[in-house]
Design a protein around this ligand. Sequence first.
Ligand code: PEP
Ligand code: CO
Length: 459
Amino acid sequence: MTPLLDLPSTHTVRTGWRGLPAAQQPAWPDPAALDEAVATLTASLPLVVPRECDLLRNRLAAVARGEAFLVQGGDCAESLDTADAGSLLRSAGTLQQLATVFGYMMSLPVVTVARMAGQYAKPRSAATEVRDGVELPVYRGDAVNGQAFTAAARTPDPHRMVRVHQRSAATLNLVRAYGAGAQAGPDHALEGLRRFAAASPEPARYGALTEEIARAGGFTGTGDGWHTPGELFMSHEGLLLDYESALTRVDAVTGLPYATSGHLLWIGERTRRLDGAHVEYFSRIANPIAVKIGPSADADELLRLVDRLSPGNEAGRLTLVARMGARRVREALPGLVERITAEGRTVGWVSDPMHGNTISAPSGHKTRRFDDILDELSGFFEVLHGLGAHPGGVHLELTGDDVTECVGGGAGVGMADLPLRYRSACDPRLNGDQSLDLAYRLLELRDAVRVPGVPEALR
Ligand code: PEP
Ligand code: CO
């Protein structure tokens, strides 16, 4: 008897990408250790289940249709060496507060997604790093090696992927417990916004905006029966194919394969080549997925990528995350949005205003200017609205902690302040105040960036 559907086996999904060009994979020095780690992960429990991934896919379908807004954010790179529950909960709280502001600004339900519980592998611009004449493998994230500049720390260790799985399970447990508690509700988010406004350099202006938000109800997901305070999905870049494929499971109900390392996985700017291993693996999983798009993206190539990753063209399957840079967004993005829209493809359009705006501070720290981040985000709204399309969300690198990694905004972190509390293992994050400042500044710009949102008469 011929099967009704030609469903891929777990084996095909786990191995189909092997042999294709796989960018940014570590050179694991010990094949036996890699086999052992992969076997352990293959026999491990899934971190998420298919029905939750499907729920997020439905939420993102609303984003793609212009009926919801995505707030996605968290660390550039999570760390295995710190276990700070407060920090995790503060980041989750910041996302909730941002969701409240953006939900009000857009007058739409918000779907909230953390870069958390799996964001441990980083693409890098070079394979090695040289210091004082010594050359060692580059740091590729805690899933691969350690940050310390020693041969021992920098040697890729596949057992770290097992630790990442265990730590991600613990992270999920904590964040889910928090999401179920009263402290994740809209009232708590509003309280946080009031505290932020009162302590900000603009207490009168920001206080008035906060009361506007409060009067509107401070919602994060009303409409269509999805009022779900504390609902938080997990996402990460699906960079390490050994990790992702070992955690792929076939859903017993539908027979479809899912990545069970997180609800939403994305392909990074450096690993999105059409004939590459990442695109092959992602094309076979049923999760909602995203792709980062930089200023060099070409409309024909992007259309082919969209068709490869979302052949059924279903809303919610694919989100495109534009990370163009403040100076490029207004020229590089319109052609892409126009082409994809004109060809009838349904995707969510989201702005990552972080990765196109990284600069080097005089101290040598990687940093980003708050004003550039705001400028790219405003440009994104202008472009999408100018084309009659939906600016579907923001993707930020942030923490709820009081770090000094990005300059400007909030309490005005200066270049000289960067060494004070620079804690990121990779890219600079907005701190809690800078994150909220960004949302408030955008809210103030709503007329300039033509956010339809709340009519003036009702504010
Ligand atoms: C990231 O999100 O941390 C990242 C590396 O992004 P991109 O692929 O857009 O450079
Ligand atoms: Co980053």
